[in-house]
Design a protein around this ligand. Structure first.
Ligand code: GLY
Length: 255
């Protein structure tokens, strides 16, 4: 079964962390409606959605991807790089534990946001960002090497997370903004560049052979479709004002 764990939008959503975008008023109800439509899209694509409560004082908790990285063998509970986000992990840990999967916890002084971790086959790309440090990369290496994964560190500049700059759109293909991450880190994979007018268009969620993709990047979407990829469009512009994208609103895993 394919699960998508999501988290409700907190009433304090408008106090979210921001790193690269200016703060603008957020419409919490509009964000909730978009989030619900996103969850229905995941259901339509075969996921069983489990939504957990937001936490009234956890403004960024809807961006559940940052709190854990779920591998087929174990879940790694992250230690988010923004101090306000660290309390988000407790509820996610409890929810994942109910699936009976082995758990690993990142330990201080490591900081890591799950949005900085891109898994492609047995390769784990970890973004070196304002949220994720080298100690975290070393801890991930220690967790993952015995499981046969190869961990590669990728510098990230100009955006929040690695997955703001590059994500998988097929098993062997990434969509990338090479102004934010070096393309040579992904040698061996095919690359599709974002349209220059859509620098934030590299965040896509691959579910089976379907790319869940934000409505706000039509020129980049055309590039994906020109390559024969199936794209399922969702409207997430209110969430994007809080620096959220289609990957960070769910933790997708299989049991
Ligand atoms: N608002 C998303 C984040 O900064 O983590």
């Amino acid at each position: 079964m394919i699960w998508a764990m999501t988290r409700d939008i907190s009433p304090s959503f408008d106090q979210c962390q921001l790193t690269h975008l200016p703060r603008v008023p957020l419409d919490v109800e509009r964000a909730r409606a978009q989030h619900e439509a996103y969850e229905w899209a995941l259901v339509e694509l075969g996921c069983t959605v489990r939504r957990i409560d937001a936490g009234p004082d956890l403004p960024d908790s809807v961006f559940i991807e940052d709190t854990a990285v779920v591998f087929p063998e174990a879940a790694v509970i992250a230690r988010p790089g923004a101090a306000t986000r660290q309390p988000e992990t407790a509820a996610v840990r409890d929810a994942l534990r109910r699936f009976g999967m082995p758990m690993r916890d990142m330990a201080e002084p490591a900081t890591l946001d799950g949005g900085d971790v891109l898994l492609i086959g047995r390769q784990v790309f970890i973004g070196s960002s304002t949220r994720t440090n080298e100690t975290a990369v070393n801890q991930m290496r220690r967790f993952l090497r015995p499981l046969g994964y190869k961990v590669r560190i990728v510098p990230v500049e100009g955006c929040l997370h690695l997955k703001s700059a590059v994500t998988a759109v097929a098993p062997d293909t990434v969509i990338i903004n090479r102004a934010w991450v070096p393309a040579d880190a992904f040698t061996g994979l095919d690359t599709i560049d974002v349209d220059p007018d859509e620098p934030a268009g590299a965040n896509a969620l691959l579910l089976g052979d379907v790319v869940v993709y934000a409505a706000g990047f039509p020129k980049t979407r055309a590039r994906l479709e020109d390559k024969g990829l199936r794209v399922h469009v969702v409207d997430v512009d209110e969430l994007a004002k809080a620096e959220g994208g289609v990957t960070c609103c769910s933790l997708v895993f299989q049991t």
